[in-house]
Design a protein. Sequence first.
Length: 581
Amino acid sequence: MAKGKVLKVSLEHHKDVVLTDQNHIATGGEGSVYRADVDTVVKVYADDQKMRHDRMPEKFRLLANINHPHIAGPKGLAIVGGQPIGYWAPYVEGMMLPPFFTTDHRQQVGFGDKETNDAVHQMREIALAAHGGGATLVDPNELNWLLYWSGKGKPEVSAIDVDAWAIDQWGASVIMPSIRDYHANGFTSASDWFSVGIVTFQLYTGIHPYKGTLDGYARKDLVKRMQDNKSVFTTGVRLNAAVRDPYKIPSSLLDWYIATFQNGERSEMPSPFAVGVAVTAAGRVLRVVTSGQGALIFEKIFADSQVKVVRMFSCGVVLLSDGSLVDLSTKQRIGGNHSTDCEVVSVEKGWLVGEMKGGSVAFSYIGKSQHQKETPIPFQTAGQRVVRYENRLFVVASQSLVEISFFLVARGPLISAGKAVDVLVNSTRWFDGIGVTDAIGAMFIVAPFGAGLCRTVRVKELDGLRPIAARSGNGFISIIAADKNGDYRKIELTMKPDYSGYEYWSGVTDAQSLNIALVPKAAGCVQVAIVEDGKMDVYVPTNKQQRSVTDRMITTDMILGVWGDKVLYIKDGAVWHVRMK
């Protein structure tokens, strides 16, 4: 569908809908996906004549016969002028899996071992349902699943891109190299299990089963190691401290991972809830041993013996796992019962908290006076989420990003909707201080900057990539995105002062998260990053100066953040300050 066009579509077995740019979610592969209403998405094929020539409507009907509540596949044709142009499917909430590979996101949202077991069991059930219906998943990579986790009950995993499955006479040949079974001849249920195994192993450990450092193989030799069965269970593989222990995986499933990845066996993946014989830790994978000098000072500034710190805000407030907020300057609890997606900024004589509660945007004010209780603030504008950039708060409304203005008056705290920037809300994903928009295949960033400013910038280098993490600082933006080969790329944009353009840099990375701190400076910011144990990288975008500090105390499980111009990190639920000697 061309940009700016209005399309009236009849949905088979459903209803008529109208699609515009505001309904657009994403573009890729053979077409574009639109959110028609609260419960329905429509996939419109870029070449509807080829779709009909390939008899795809018949394939859609076969796939519709596979009934499973977490398979978001075709339910009926999408028809314009009597001709099918695609299909409709149920809309499902959720995030792609890569954020749940990372320890920092898991800690922030309270996603632990129990939730991982539930998610992996659901993925297994989905694969079994597909195979039982005569289909092969072919390419069940980490971007073709959505995981919804509210912090309550069980997580829900859904399979998407179902029209790409193989079934009956409709085969498939496209698969991410990172999950391909190089010992298989074609795509079968056995190759599916190998691929699902790779993705689920990353949910447990945070690392691809054929990564880590191994003598005789370069970091780029992923396919070679897959062909040689040299997995993380190979003697001599070294892993960063951020990797979660594979020997904590349920025993039956761990046995299967070892047999599959290390010994080349192929069989149906067991449930994590199956009973099995425990694996001993005799062959345990070793961590990297660091040997740097002690060049830094590490100071613990907050810890609670009962609960863990899960998030930090640049205003000097942290969120605990029980929903409490703590002021780092006084070490006192200043509020409670907050969700993991809350945002906090400093305002006159206190703090402003914004979050989603019961499907609505909610704000509250916390005064610094000892006797000041947390005060809810009425807000009339409907919103979908709260976004923070440094010390500014925004609400994502129906068609715009709205900045929040705060006032402390005699009768109490007030807020109002300030400046608004037009945004394609359904096709914009929000990260730490930045949005990334897929405008029917053309990628843009929505970036607040300066004093009360915000700009939408076209970034053609992001076209065809799937951003999974991003962070914005003063004049600098860092993004992690996946390409069609399953490689992850770190992208850095050094912005012009008015954000009218940028300098671009990109490189391949093993990380699915951004473990960086962007320290604000008068003329920009300084990026502090940890990408390997024993080393901290410091980069100044404005003058491109870069240096590395080696210290044996630096590990990749230190989750970086800032408090003003201080570099902090979370480790084992406590907050530390790190600085040069």
